[in-house]
Design a protein around this ligand. Structure first.
Ligand code: ZN
Length: 286
């Protein structure tokens, strides 16, 4: 606690004086542009990894970055989603899973949790669709490989769950809402974005297209995951597994499964960040 209390003082003495204008502005109301849904894991900091300021991200966090289907629970997730879209007018949702996710590890051994952590057991039941899909479609996956597949598929499951909310359903119909699937890799600090065209997770930068008018001042967060129908689950090839298991800067794609169909719909560039923010996100501060 001592560290945190000292931190409060440092925040007040150093951050506050240098951000007076921003804080005054935020005191009159928030206008976040993105709903960021991620895990409670202490190793993730949405503002840090996107280099955004306070006031820019509306955040929902829980174990396993989950959004239970509409009316499946009386938790706060649905209310926060509704508020974000209806009251704040947010038009972009990111569901961000992460490597080494404890919740997904729990999903791998669900039955063992029932006695020791009954509440976690109950909570993880909300993503039974992920567990079952992976068990049936990736029967040979084990260990780290299985965990990584669970993380990747779970993000997509949550997007399907989001679509059960009436307000999401309606805004997607109007094409005023875009949903993105991300995975954050703790060990490298990289984020990979789901590309429904190739059915793989790829670096968000690789989805930027000159033909769509992108320039350095117009970033994309990756192809919206809902731009296309999600693929048929065709299982994961051995090659795909080995590529997926070792994220490296040299990798050009991160398949989660074999491509089983093609799509003609191209990703939509979603430039809502300022040029300065874009520069920070995609080039880093240094
Ligand atoms: Zn996690």
């Amino acid at each position: 606690m001592k560290k945190l209390i000292q931190g409060l003082r440092e925040f007040h003495d150093t951050y506050v004086p240098t951000h007076r204008e921003l804080l005054d502005q935020l005191a009159h109301g928030q206008k976040p542009r993105v709903l960021f849904i991620t895990c409670s894991d202490s190793r993730i900091d949405p503002n840090l990894l996107t280099h955004t300021e306070i006031g820019e991200l509306f955040v929902i966090r829980n174990a396993g970055n989950m959004i239970p289907p509409y009316r499946a629970t009386n938790g706060g997730e649905g209310a926060a989603v509704e508020y974000a879209i209806a009251a704040l007018g947010i038009e972009h949702i990111i569901v961000c899973g992460h490597s080494h996710c404890g919740a997904m590890k729990g999903l791998m051994k669900l039955n063992q949790l029932q006695e020791g952590m009954p509440l976690v057991f109950d909570w993880l039941k909300h993503t039974e669709a992920t567990r079952r899909l992976v068990a049936e479609n990736y029967p040979d996956a084990q260990g780290e490989e299985l965990l990584e597949i669970l993380v990747a598929e779970n993000v997509l499951t949550q997007i399907e769950n989001l679509k059960t909310y009436p307000i999401i359903h309606s805004r997607l119909y109007k094409r005023t809402l875009h949903i993105y699937a991300w995975i954050y890799y703790i060990e490298t600090g990289e984020v990979w974005a789901y590309d429904p065209v190739t059915h793989s997770y790829v670096p968000p930068q690789s989805q930027l297209s000159d033909s769509e008018g992108w320039s350095e001042s117009e970033p994309s967060l990756g192809t919206p995951a809902i731009a296309c129908e999600l693929p048929q689950h065709a299982g994961l090839s051995q090659t795909a597994v080995s590529q997926q298991a070792i994220p490296t800067a040299a990798s050009t794609s991160r398949p989660v499964r074999k491509s089983s169909s093609t799509s003609s719909q191209v990703g939509i560039v979603a430039p809502w960040l300022s040029p300065q923010q874009a520069e920070r996100i995609y080039r880093g501060n240094h």
